[in-house]
Ligand binder design. Structure first.
Ligand SMILES: NC(=O)c1ccc[n+]([C@@H]2O[C@H](COP(=O)([O-])OP(=O)(O)OC[C@H]3O[C@@H](n4cnc5c(N)ncnc54)[C@H](OP(=O)(O)O)[C@@H]3O)[C@@H](O)[C@H]2O)c1
Length: 372
């Protein structure tokens, strides 16, 4: 009997937590560098209030959920669900754990802890000390995945890095002449734009800018433009490249010293931020590039480069995830491979991935995979 009750409780908890995760996603592309958080308040098995974190600097999910409960007295016998541990510190808003205690909410269900150094268990500790019953770990894997960028950035002090490839069935990202527009169809390209809008930065190499002159903005769907980040070791890119237009901010990394160029001055006058980094293995030091981005509050980087930069990032073990769009067509052996040489001499030395999900977009297949 007791086991049955526990299972039913678990199902209830999962149902309400699933709603929190749904709500949280509505903050995608607006809340970074904060996490996506949703919250629901339940009384007698009925949702009486819900909310989510809408934009960076705005009220947290718990505050919005509590504010939408009409009858405050209900709070004293409610359960508050939230996908991330309530905060315990004064940031842009006061601590949510204090509000929960103040409103005498007796029970809180949390999906996962917040790795932010100012929270990290302190929010839950504060609630428990005040006598609040706290249940942890409901839909934890789903919650960790939803905020994978926020979590990696706080645990590893590096941005979360996802590679995007649009390739043919035979693994080519451009034809023999270097042309890649378009390999995949409209539906896939629209999906790429929606991913762009969810990442803080989009990163590419100078060779792709020269070949494709991309704008790297969000146009096929609504959403904010990410910071555009370009690696141009020798400052070879023309000032008229679309990536330097005013549609979105651009950050250029180079190893050229600031003293010796007028091009650099002109880029900066055009509003492009230029950062000097050292070289490593013949290219820019990618670890340093990502550290600079982390220091600027960039949690996630969407890489839309060619074969060389993708391979360099993999070889430096800096890739977390890949979005591989596969079009049902072949370019043949003279096309450009998705990755430059990786020096894999035996199969046991291969770079390993784990497939996470697959979707169809029009005629194309998207594989989502994580590096192992
Ligand atoms: N289908 C797709 O998804 C897709 C996406 C993007 C591009 N493409 C195609 O890919 C082709 C370009 O590919 P690509 O491999 O030549 O170019 P890439 O990977 O986009 O850019 C490579 C360039 O970035 C610069 N760079 C700086 N630091 C680096 C580092 N640590 N590692 C690697 N590169 C670094 C280097 O130029 P400097 O030394 O001059 O800085 C290097 O030549 C084009 O044909 C384009 O159409 C296809």
């Amino acid at each position: 009997m007791a086991v049955k009750k526990t299972r039913r409780d678990l199902q209830h908890h999962e149902r309400y937590m699933s709603r929190c995760l749904q709500l949280a996603q509505r903050g995608a592309g607006s809340v970074s560098p904060n996490p996506m958080v949703g919250s629901v308040i339940v009384v007698d098995n009925r949702i009486v209030g819900e909310g989510f974190h809408r934009r960076f600097g705005g009220p947290h999910a718990e505050v919005n959920a509590i504010a939408c409960v009409d009858d405050e007295a209900l709070l004293t016998r409610s359960t508050l669900y939230v996908n991330l541990e309530p905060c315990s510190h004064y940031g842009k808003t006061p601590p949510c754990s204090d509000l929960i205690i103040q409103k005498k909410i007796p029970k809180v269900v949390v999906a996962c802890r917040d790795p932010h150094e100012k929270v990290a268990g302190k929010g839950i500790g504060k609630l428990r000390e005040a006598g609040v019953d706290v249940i942890e770990g409901i839909l934890e894997d789903e919650a960790l995945k939803l905020n994978e960028a926020f979590i990696k950035s706080h645990v590893k002090n590096m941005p979360f890095v996802a590679l995007k490839l649009a390739q043919t069935l035979d693994g080519k990202i451009a034809t023999v002449t270097g042309r890649s527009k378009w390999i995949t169809g409209k539906e896939s390209r629209t999906h790429v734009h929606s991913l762009r809008s969810r990442y803080d930065a989009v990163l590419t190499g100078s060779a792709t800018v020269l070949a494709d002159d991309p704008r790297l903005t969000v146009r096929h769907t609504k959403g904010r433009n990410p910071l555009r980040v370009v690696l141009d070791r020798t400052l070879r890119l023309p000032l008229g490249a679309k990536v330097f237009n005013k549609e979105a901010p651009t950050l250029l990394f180079t190893s050229v010293e600031s003293s010796n160029t007028t091009k650099l001055d002109r880029l900066q006058k055009n509003g492009v931020e230029v950062v000097h980094v050292d070289e490593k293995h013949g290219g820019l030091d990618l670890g340093e590039v990502l550290s600079v981005l982390h220091a600027k509050g960039i949690l996630s980087v969407f890489v839309e480069s060619g074969a060389r930069l993708s391979a360099s990032l993999l070889r430096s073990m800096l890739v977390d995830k890949a979005y591989i769009y596969i079009a049902p067509k072949l370019f043949g052996g003279d096309g450009l491979d998705s990755f430059a040489p990786l020096d894999v001499h035996t199969p046991d030395k291969a770079f390993l991935f784990r497939f996470e999900a697959s979707f169809f977009f029009g005629e194309d297949l998207l594989l989502e995979a994580y590096t192992r």
